[in-house]
Ligand binder design. Sequence first.
Ligand SMILES: Nc1ncnc2c1ncn2[C@@H]1O[C@H](COP(=O)(O)OP(=O)(O)OP(=O)(O)O)[C@@H](O)[C@H]1O
Ligand code: SF4
Ligand SMILES: [Mg+2]
Length: 462
Amino acid sequence: MSLLELDGVKVHFPVKKGIFFDRTVGHVYAVDGVSLKVEAGQTYGLVGESGCGKTTLGRAVLRLVDVTDGEVVFDGTDLAKLPDEEMRRFRRRLQMVFQDPLGSLNPRQNVESILAEGMAAHGIGKDQAERREKIKEILAKVGLPANALSRYPHEFSGGQRQRIGIARALVLEPDVIICDEPVSALDVSVQAQVINLLEELQESLGLTYLVIAHDLAVVRHISDVIGVMYLGGLVEEAPSDVLYEGPKHPYTKALMSAVPVPDPEIEDRRERILLQGDLPSPANPPAGCRFHTRCPWAQDKCAVERPALTDLGDGHKVACHYAREIDEGTVVQTRSTGIDAVVATEAVASKEAAVSETVTDPASAAVAVPAPRPAADGAVPAADADASGEAPAEAAASGSGDDAGDTGAEGPEGSEAGGTAEVAVTEEAVAEKPAIEEPAAEKPAADEPVAKGQAKEASESA
Ligand SMILES: Nc1ncnc2c1ncn2[C@@H]1O[C@H](COP(=O)(O)OP(=O)(O)OP(=O)(O)O)[C@@H](O)[C@H]1O
Ligand code: SF4
Ligand SMILES: [Mg+2]
């Protein structure tokens, strides 16, 4: 049995209306029937465009949101139906690292206090002295100096703050860490350091990861298995290399074809599948295959019958009625892809692996958000919906330094999901070991915004 098994997990948020009486007038189908397995000691990468339900799925595993239906079986126990009291026993073993390192750390607590809080709550360490020793040990593991103990989050750089976030998870000796966009708020060079750190920790501590990301390059490097989500459901899942060598679902093909290639010659010839239309609202998802409103190969059946995730061999699972036919070229295209041959896209994808990659300018290397290339028919590249309205994490964070002390108070739900700095990290950057530690943050910031909801969640998940 896998360490973590999700079976038919659904998270539906009620949509309420009315001034005096709250009436439920509909639901947001944020996660709608996801099944996946995460093996002990492995990494499962979850990708998909903004709003497809990745964060909600991660939060559902930790029971930070109620699971509407389905099972979340961790180490043989279904957490979805566990009474709150019993769930507490499992909280320590499942931890989360958030996207916005600053927003998830209480600015009024020093590092020791932030890390000791969870330990005390879970009875780790018999007294403060013992906890301090353990914290020092973990700080060394994540590459922070022992004098970090008495410092405050604003005194650190973004990458260092993310190390504190990782340390906060590690002091509780978890089995599973859910990393929700762990590097997307960081500079490209710092992303590589944090990804390397996560890999080293996994190896030395035997950790199991569920890594959520927009960035296909980040997920590719770190993941054993990758799942692609679209509008609340998994559309494709395969071992990392298999998926990158030959994506089979039209949505994954489009996502892959949007990945820029850091070789100008190949990049010039790279052909992208252009999808029409935006991501439909999860409050009103299309019937049948959820992708049929944008799929270049959609047939009549697609509008009425939802395809199940089916193993096509070697653990390559696809939710598409016509995956084989599309590969063989025996099904007619019903919408323009904007290119002649999809095969060319795959050829480029495999060449991409052979290319010596370099750290690219984040502005031009946004994997999930390619610079839109105007199409004659006004079609939009697959991942462009990602770019819409997205703001850097800090900008999206709510509150200000003034109310920072309120981090324990109610904050907006899921505020950590609000913004994403869309930057990509290339394989070479990831493979490189950090030569120097990133500099400490310039100035503290009474004016730095704080995601209250996220800090609250961080303490909840502890
Ligand atoms: N508490 C909530 N109440 C109502 N709707 C919610 C709630 N949390 C999330 N949603 C909705 O559920 C959908 C999925 O959101 P989620 O944050 O899981 O997406 P995501 O894939 O993580 O996106 P991003 O990449 O932008 O972080 C969105 O439409 C979002 O608005
Ligand atoms: S089931 Fe139909 S609409 Fe859905 S991805 Fe396959 S071909 Fe496209
Ligand atoms: Mg999210």
